[in-house]
Write a protein that binds this ligand. Structure first.
Ligand SMILES: Nc1ncnc2c1ncn2[C@@H]1O[C@H](COP(=O)(O)OP(=O)(O)OP(=O)(O)O)[C@@H](O)[C@H]1O
Ligand SMILES: [Mg+2]
Length: 297
């Protein structure tokens, strides 16, 4: 059975808290949110008009997989992805099935806990200019996409509009205090190391990733948002990894390659994707899920 791709969710019974680039978040009750991963895809920071079938399902299932796998390191907001255990209004909205996660509402810390294991993106640019990445002094003569000896914690603010801004650990300390900052840094690095090691053995390099944390109703720090998905991380195919150049993206490369060939100026509106580009991208997301979990979605 083919299920139509979903660009836009609608759940009138609940208040829409936020429509992100990819996910729609609803307030279910005082203590719970519903995070709906649509099939929207962004490239070069722009939402494309063409949805990617089953992408939302992959994001949701992969987050669930990691929350469960990593729960000995830190508890999370995860409650269920089984729509049969959700309020009736959600069960009746069939296009939300398999792409929705019920979570505990948290008081989210206003920082993104970024961990980088490889020298890429803005980190690579900063390194070329200064020899450092967000205050971490690195050895000279590293190549683009080089694996770092130790992963580094490079927090950023959560910008409402536009780009998140890198901040120093000292700034995080000012915001959250020393004890919380130490805990977030150590936990983020432990989570990344565990996931990276696991993924590497299954053919995927997780070059970097972003975690969010918050306090639950008892004041306990929990992992929230999505975790270790291709949308919150850079996934590279391990097979073709060669330092000294940029790496193809595991999931979005067909999309990026296509957009480069059509001469789009990378300003909205973005062009439609041809059917075969959308289909092969969908297949890549499913492949990432298959490799990481060992299961067919
Ligand atoms: N358990 C939770 N309790 C409260 N808020 C949460 C919880 N989990 C995630 N959130 C918040 O839900 C929001 C999800 O928004 P989303 O990530 O989709 O959009 P965005 O961050 O604005 O933009 P982008 O699409 O670029 O990521 C984030 O602000 C996140 O902090
Ligand atoms: Mg976000």
């Amino acid at each position: 059975m083919t299920v139509a791709a979903l660009s836009h969710s609608s759940l009138p019974e609940f208040e829409l808290l936020k429509r992100g680039k990819v996910r729609d978040v609803y307030t279910v009750d005082e203590d719970h949110l519903l995070i709906v991963a649509t099939d929207r895809i962004s490239a070069f920071d722009c939402i494309l008009p063409t949805p990617i079938a089953r992408k939302g399902e992959v994001l949701t299932s992969l987050s669930r997989f990691w929350f469960e796998k990593l729960r000995d390191i830190v508890p999370s907001h995860f409650v269920t992805t089984d729509s049969k255990s959700m309020p009736a209004a959600i069960q009746q909205t069939t296009d939300l099935d398999k792409r929705s996660m019920l979570v505990r509402t948290a008081d989210v810390f206003p920082i993104e806990c970024v961990v980088r294991g490889y020298l890429v993106g803005s980190g690579w640019k900063d390194y070329l200019r200064t020899g450092e990445v967000c205050g971490h002094k690195l050895p000279a003569n590293l190549l683009e996409s080089a694996e770092l000896k130790e992963p580094i914690f490079t927090p950023a603010t959560k910008a409402e509009e536009g780009h998140d801004e890198n901040i120093t650990e000292a700034q995080v300390r000012d915001l959250l205090g020393g004890e919380t900052t130490d805990y977030l840094r150590e936990t983020s690095i432990r989570l990344y190391n565990e996931a990276r090691e696991y993924a590497r053995q299954r053919g995927i390099i997780i070059a970097d990733t972003k975690f969010e944390f918050g306090r639950d109703q008892n004041g306990q720090i929990i992992l929230v948002d999505e975790v270790l998905t291709p949308d919150s991380s850079r996934f590279w195919p391990a097979e073709t990894y060669i330092p000294g150049r940029s790496q193809p993206s595991f999931d979005k490369q067909f999309v990026r390659d296509y957009l480069e060939t059509v001469g789009w100026d990378k300003k909205p509106p973005a062009p439609q994707l041809p059917g075969e580009v959308a289909a092969s991208t969908s297949e890549r997301y499913l492949e990432a899920y298959r490799l990481l979990t060992g299961e067919e979605l």
